[in-house]
Write a new protein. Structure first.
Length: 181
């Protein structure tokens, strides 16, 4: 019985030491990788600084030393979020429609100002739309300036008219079966 216990304990000790060795190897590998990355970054920054400072080098040597290896080093410009502002011509159209309705007083000037916002609010309230004063698809449709699909759901594809092929067989059908004969 004691022999089994000693064997078990030695096996457990061996497994524990192997686990510790594996963990220390992983830690050492991670430290080596991070120090290599730091060294590479430092080397890259010092080489670009030395390339900038030495003006006696030829242009071809400079381009070779500062070439990127397929990776973009610059920042990617941010994409514009949301919808773009309407053009002044479009605002003039909206102001003219509001003026025709009697909600806008004044001449269409192409600027979305406080008077235009108030006129849009009046128009929306008069037509049972949420009076936000902002340009929206429902208001534009009511004014006759929107598209047929604006403010509606996603387009639904038209049903396809596939007709099933008529059953035509080349064999003549017989009413008697061979088992009955």
């Amino acid at each position: 019985m004691t022999r089994r216990i000693r064997l078990f304990l030695s096996t457990a000790a061996l497994l524990t030491s192997m686990a510790l060795c594996t963990a220390s190897v992983r830690t050492a590998a991670a430290q080596t990788a991070s120090s290599a990355a730091k060294k590479k970054k430092k080397t890259a920054s010092s080489s670009s600084a030395s390339a900038k400072s030495s003006s006696s080098k030829s242009a071809s040597a400079k381009t070779v030393s500062t070439k990127s290896k397929g990776k973009s080093r610059g920042r990617v410009p941010a994409k514009p979020k949301g919808q773009a502002a309407p053009t002044s011509d479009r605002i003039r159209e909206i102001q003219a429609a509001l003026q025709k309705d009697g909600s806008y007083d004044g001449e269409p000037n192409g600027k979305w100002d406080a008077a235009t916002t108030d006129a849009m609010r009046k128009y929306q309230d008069k037509n049972g739309i949420n009076p936000s004063g902002k340009i929206d698809a429902i208001s534009l449709n009511k004014m006759g300036l929107g598209s047929e699909t604006a403010g509606k759901g996603a387009p639904v594809p038209a049903p396809t008219s596939r007709t099933a092929p008529s059953p035509t067989s080349s064999k003549p059908s017989s009413s008697s079966s061979p088992a009955s004969e």
